[in-house]
Design a protein around this ligand. Sequence first.
Ligand code: FAD
Length: 419
Amino acid sequence: MPGFRALLNDMIEPTRSAGLARLAAFVPLAGRAYRETRNEDRGPDDRSNVSMLAAYVRARLVTEEEVLRAVLARHSAAASEKFVQEVLWRTYWKGWLETRPIVWRHYLRDLDAAYASVARDADLARRLAEATEGRTGNAAFDAWSRELVATNYLHNHARMWFASIWIFTLQLPWELGADFFMQHLLCGDPASNTLSWRWVAGLQTKGKTYLATRENIRRYTGGRLDPGPHLAREAAAIEGPSYGPGSVPALDLEPQGDRTLLIVHDDDAAIESLPIHGLGVVASVGLLAVRGRSPQTVAPGVNAFARGAIADALVRAPRGDVETIVDFESASPADVEAAARVVIARARAEDAHVVAFPFAPVGPVRDAIAALTPLLVRDGLRVVEVGRIFDATVWPYATRGFFNLKEKIPRVLATLGIA
Ligand SMILES: Cc1cc2nc3c(=O)[nH]c(=O)nc-3n(C[C@H](O)[C@H](O)[C@H](O)COP(=O)(O)OP(=O)(O)OC[C@H]3O[C@@H](n4cnc5c(N)ncnc54)[C@H](O)[C@@H]3O)c2cc1C
């Protein structure tokens, strides 16, 4: 069905309207159909059993709250339970990492160390290249590797199998696999990606690993893919430190100000539902920090989606300037100064006293905001961050295991007025 793939590519256009259209098309399937078929990886030409909303939700071109409202308006809580839980897995991972930002820091540190090993160790470099170029000789793994690079997407089950084979069969450092995903997934997300890889490796739920099996892969790919007989038979958990929860960040849900410059970024591009009415926004500019997703080059499609999401948000934001998307190149002092100069110049031109960012969770946008803030403050600007009631409501339940949130889902949805 070549037409189906063309249709999907059209729908991955980085706009809110394309995301809402995708949501509307999927809502009828989010009940029993999703529950019964979601684990099937039918291949890139048939993604009709999953929503493919992740890239939109990651950029918040469409919010989790909008997805949940649309689905629960159509289906009963019982019929859509599975889909609702999956959407909240994302919110859970975000909240979990908010209370342990050090996990992202340690991942980046260990990733650098892994790339240093690759530079020193020719055998590791060869094995890494075989894995990322789909040349390991394991037919299923190689197919997913090439699919990821070609489409910037993988089915959830394929992500689990792929990560498991990467870690336990190919014996490659998990951080390099997580980074391969971050370079290529449109939805590449510091929380969902890092913590899912940690989960497969046995680091997230201490001692509990995910082992891919030949039978399971053949079954859920409908016989389309066969990893052959040489998969690891056991998966010994990788050892790592334990991380206790810190506090959930206090979000400002009603920021006040007058003459505000709004900075739009791709961690929260649903401008229309942000509580910015008290800010007197006079103009909006964009902030792109996609390079910070990986120490390697992120794929052109990933870059284009992130930039496109910001451009689309600027069209909808008060006096958004689509021409001004500040490219946050790196955290080097010269690059931070350069980025700050653009923001300050625009604030001056608009006589703005306040600069507002939608709250950015742990990750490269957060780091960019943290680096820019002292320079903006030094220039006399007040910096505020705009939080969402959705995050403030769900994240307190995300400090421990998912089960803790799962059993509170009805209460959480009622609090938010969604159920
Ligand atoms: C190793 C690994 C890495 C992953 N990396 C990412 C990532 O970088 N970004 C990302 O958004 N998801 C990630 N996931 C989670 C999940 O695989 C994707 O969200 C999902 O496959 C996206 O496809 P979809 O939109 O068609 O999902 P659907 O099945 O239609 O689910 C609907 C929505 O729920 C959310 N969701 C579903 N499953 C999960 C999950 N297990 N964890 C978190 N959110 C979920 C997504 O926002 C998704 O769009 C990863 C999973 C694994 C095992």
